[in-house]
Design a protein around this ligand. Structure first.
Ligand SMILES: Nc1nc2c([nH]c(=O)n2[C@@H]2O[C@H](COP(=O)(O)OP(=O)(O)OP(=O)(O)O)[C@@H](O)[C@H]2O)c(=O)[nH]1
Length: 142
């Protein structure tokens, strides 16, 4: 049996947000754990790499997008059967380039998020994100 480390792996995750509040989600490609699940784009931080630098690198590699403004938003820790991760979510409201699928994954701009399934650790974020985008009165209670 493979053991999941007690020490979490840092992951940089970016939420591209348009002025109307729409956010970009991507679908995890075949061959990765949770293939087919939807997530916000991002990836693991490399040793000695700053989290923001990792975020920018992943967006160039996966989407061909250069993030020019990103604000650290929240952190979530989650223990999967394959890994113990510490997710650092950033909200990016400014970037250069149109997102392209450079690694073959599907992308979707979403207002109210309708794609599923979402990665388990990302599910609670959607409610917080709706409160941020549309105000607390608009966030769903279920
Ligand atoms: N990008 C991203 N990863 C997430 C989210 N939610 C979440 O639990 N994760 C987890 O964070 C980890 C990200 O790792 P990854 O495998 O996508 O990273 P990577 O692209 O650097 O992978 P690789 O270089 O090992 O192939 C996975 O364990 C994934 O399940 C999310 O919203 N976005």
């Amino acid at each position: 049996m493979r053991e999941v480390s007690a020490r979490p792996i840092d992951v940089a995750v970016g939420i591209l947000m348009k002025p109307n509040g729409d956010v970009l989600l991507g679908q995890r490609p075949e061959g990765k754990p949770y293939a087919g699940y939807w997530e916000f784009p991002g990836g693991k931080v490399e040793p000695d790499e700053a989290i923001l630098a990792a975020l920018k690198r992943e967006f160039v590699e996966e989407l061909g997008v250069e993030i020019t403004e990103a604000e650290e938003w929240c952190g979530v820790e989650h223990v999967y059967e394959h890994a113990h991760v510490r997710l650092h979510f950033f909200i990016a409201r400014a970037w250069r380039g149109e997102p392209q699928s450079l690694e073959g994954q599907a992308f979707a701009w979403q207002g109210t998020v309708g794609v599923e399934p979402l990665l388990p650790a990302t599910i609670p974020l959607i409610r917080w994100l709706d409160a941020l985008r549309y105000g607390p009165h608009e966030s769903k209670t279920t």
